[in-house]
Design a protein around this ligand. Sequence first.
Ligand code: AMP
Ligand code: MG
Length: 350
Amino acid sequence: MDTKVLIFKENNIEKDKLREVAEVIRNGGLVAFPTETVYGLGANAFDENAVEKIFIAKGRPQDNPLIVHISQLDDIFPLVKEIPSSAKMLMDNFWPGPITFILNKETCIPYKTSAGLETIGIRMPSDPLARALIKEVGVPIAAPSANLSGKPSPTDINRCIEDLEGKVDCIIGGSNSEVGLESTIVDCTVEPPCVLRPGAITIEMIRKIQPEAYIDPALLNKADQNFKPKAPGMKYKHYAPKASVIIIKGEINKTVEKINEIVQNYIDDGIKVGIMATDETKTYYKKGEVISLGSRSDLTSIGRNLFGVLRTFDDLGVEYIISEAFEEKEYGLAIMNRLNKAAGYNIISL
Ligand code: AMP
Ligand code: MG
């Protein structure tokens, strides 16, 4: 399949180009497009044949439901049975933005889209191009992240092209994803609401609106191999680069010391190794491929860069990536959730 790549400049969404792309989706095609979280791979959420193509293009397990994207609040009403007041309050505070709400679905959403569930995840993104596209298409767009299943999600158009060229009709974009991690997912079919996947809208932020909100215990109980997260996608090995990732957890000076020791051992064995560092520590690593995720004082930059850096290490052909850890609170919880999965919970605690 020929994949058309269309670059849109920020602040200038050309109408004729957008119409062309919307037509592709209306005709049952697939379009990868930018959102503020990560790039998404979109199809008409009402069209099960189109949605089926998403699963094939990504190699996505059939039991992993898609998130449905809307461009304005009114568009949610036909899609769901009811909107509990707790959900409405969270929407009013955080939409448009990087948060998805799980609600009971109406019959207009095919089971293909919800992966057989009676519930559906809905999000209104803030990215202007994403919103303009959904509006132009005139139907909600079902879109998981635009990566091949299991790989780190793409946060720029080139990674999208790498994964999906030849597999989808069209890839659009230009600007990089502002957040860089997938949306927070909140189950609002239960009371109080339950966070199924941590993201940029943190549990601390959610509790300011819904003080009783809690995090799916399965996410916090990582040591228990039998944990069953309520978001089907959370159970898969995910976000993983080709290299093996090892996380070193502990006080920062000791972490640096330990990483240097491990790196030296690998280098002695002739193994190429990468270090995922931070601005505060990068100069303390003298060997291996060192890349900083950003400053520890700005976790948003760490989140924004994480997936891109993991993929850069793959480009460099390292066999191991040794990463520093972050405190698992506020935005650090989402960062560590992705990092832990990339590492397959391969963690050395000091
Ligand atoms: P992605 O868009 O690739 O980030 O994947 C969507 C994520 O949302 C996956 O982890 C899904 O398991 C989760 N998800 C989507 N719909 C539901 C739902 N109805 N109930 C629980 N989790 C969901
Ligand atoms: Mg995904």
